[in-house]
Structure formats: structure tokens, C-alpha cells
Design a protein around this ligand. Sequence first.
Ligand code: F6P
Length: 323
Amino acid sequence: MAIKRIGVLTSGGDAPGMNACVRSVVRSALYHGIECYGIRRGWNGLIHGDILRLDERSVGHIINRGGTILYTARSTEFMTAEGQEKAVGTCKFLGLDGIIAIGGDGTFRGAQALSKYGIPVIGIPATIDNDICCSNYCIGFDTAANTAIECIDKLRDTMQSHERCSVVEVMGRNAGYLAMYVGLATGATAVLVPEEPIDFDHDVIEKIRQARLNGFTHYMIVVAEGAGSAAQIAAKIKEEIDLDPRVTVLGHIQRGGTPSARDRVNATKMGYRAVELLLGGASSRIICTHNGVITDVDIDEGLSMAKSIQQEEVDVLQTMTGI
Ligand code: F6P
């Protein structure tokens, strides 16, 4: 079937670089003479026909903008058969020959459901959590990591002056990829992630003691939100050692901001690749990176894969933090 018209949407938590990806999808489609429609507010927009035609200019100067011009949402309605049937109806009514869905795990589950109705769907991984199992890299991770690093570097200045302990909570939902990466980059005293068992005395208190023995007078503890709350960890530290830690929850600040070069370029390559796949007759695929190379995988297969923190990162952190 010749592809004449496609839709693009962003869904789930936003991620810096989503706009660069939307731009790439639109420009790649137009290059091939394919019409492109933006679907607003994720899968909800497909259910309710909340769409707009996108031309060259509508995606001008968005490569550098955080957030998503298409808005985003998590749709509970789309998780029902009724919602999915309505979305299929919208695709048929509007003559959409394929959908490109930019987002995370939930977005891909939606894509998987829609593809079972015979609509070609390609998913592009974009989430600061970097927790898409079939892909080493997700759009937004690099920018979010750099934002968190910048914040922690600033915190370190004041922690150093006051000889304090800081407990910083980093986003990631149930995953610790962001926290681990940020902890390595900021030279944290300890990093707690949900993927690794936590022995509080060994993994936090002993590391602080060791740092103190080595002559340090301020301590940075990075905790992934999935591994516990920074407030509780700070309270526990206070109970066990003569420190009065300050708590910082970085929160949604990590999801905003100008996308990094890495996020812009990968988003552009991934958007291009998604359109090429649709043109080639592919359906139900997820774009992913494997050892730095952009490739793609079947949606069912991609969603059934498992991923964990790289052992190398755990080992390096262990060595850097001394015990
Ligand atoms: O999945 C991205 C993410 O930012 C997670 O890291 C976080 O747990 C969640 O979304 C926050 O969601 P919301 O924006 O709905 O508060």
C-alpha cells in the first residue's frame, strides 16, 4: 500500500528532544511527498480526532525547544478496547496510513495495541528514564542527565562551604539509569538505585565514614526515586551519624530545557528512520539504538526484552566510592 498520509504523536512524560523528533518526522514525510498530521495530547488525540496538519513552517525553530508542541498525555481510555476502536476509526476517517508514536513504554503498549488492528505503527523511544529495554538510548536522557548534573554541581558548592551532606532525588520512575549516570558524573559519595539491593549501613553510612576518613567534609548522596525518598534517606542518615543532611528533589526540572546536541541529532535520525520504515512497508516496529547504531525491532519482541543497569557502571561506582 502506498503511504500518502501519516500521523505523529508524543505521549507519556515529555522529554527534551521530542520536538526535534516531530520536526524530523514531518520534514522526512514531506520530502517524500507524504502529508503529515500532528495528533495532539498523545493517544487521546487519536481517539478524539484532535489533530492538525503540519507543514514545513509549523516545525520551524522547534529543534532547540524542550517540551512538545503536540502536548502529551497518558491515556487511560486508550487502554480499553473501546478507546482503541475509536482511534482506529479516526485513522480510517482521516486516511492515516501509518502512525509514528514518540514516547516511552506506555506509548509503545498503545502502539502495540493499535498495530493489532492493522494500522502500521512505529515507536520512537523518548523518555528521560532511559528505561526502554530494547534500546540503549532514549531521546531526552542526555539532556535530563546534564540538567541534573548542573544542579548537583551547584549544590556541591554550598554543601562544600557548609561541610554538609546532601541527599538528592533523581527521577526515573522504577529505573535507576538516570541516577546511576548522574551519580557517576558528579562523583557522588553514594548512589542508590532500585536495580541493586541496598544495605543502608554499607552503601551509605560506611561510604560517608570512608569519605570522612579520606579527609572529605561534605557528602553527596544520589537516590533514584524508585529506590526511596530522599527525605527518608536523609532522616535515616541523621539518625545514624552526626550529620544533618539537606534534601533536594530535582523533580520536573529534569524534564525541561533545551535539548543537548546528542538528543537533537539522535531525535532527528530516529524520526527519519521511522518514516523510512513506514515507506518501506514496515509496521509494528520500535526504533532503537544498539551499541550506538540506530536500528529497529518488532514491537512484541522489543516489549518483552529485559534491561538492567550495566554491571560496568556498578563496578566503576563501587571503585570510585572507595568501599
Ligand atoms: O517517565 C518520566 C517521568 O518523569 C518519571 O521519571 C517520573 O516518575 C514520572 O514521569 C513523573 O510523572 P508526572 O509528570 O506525571 O508527575
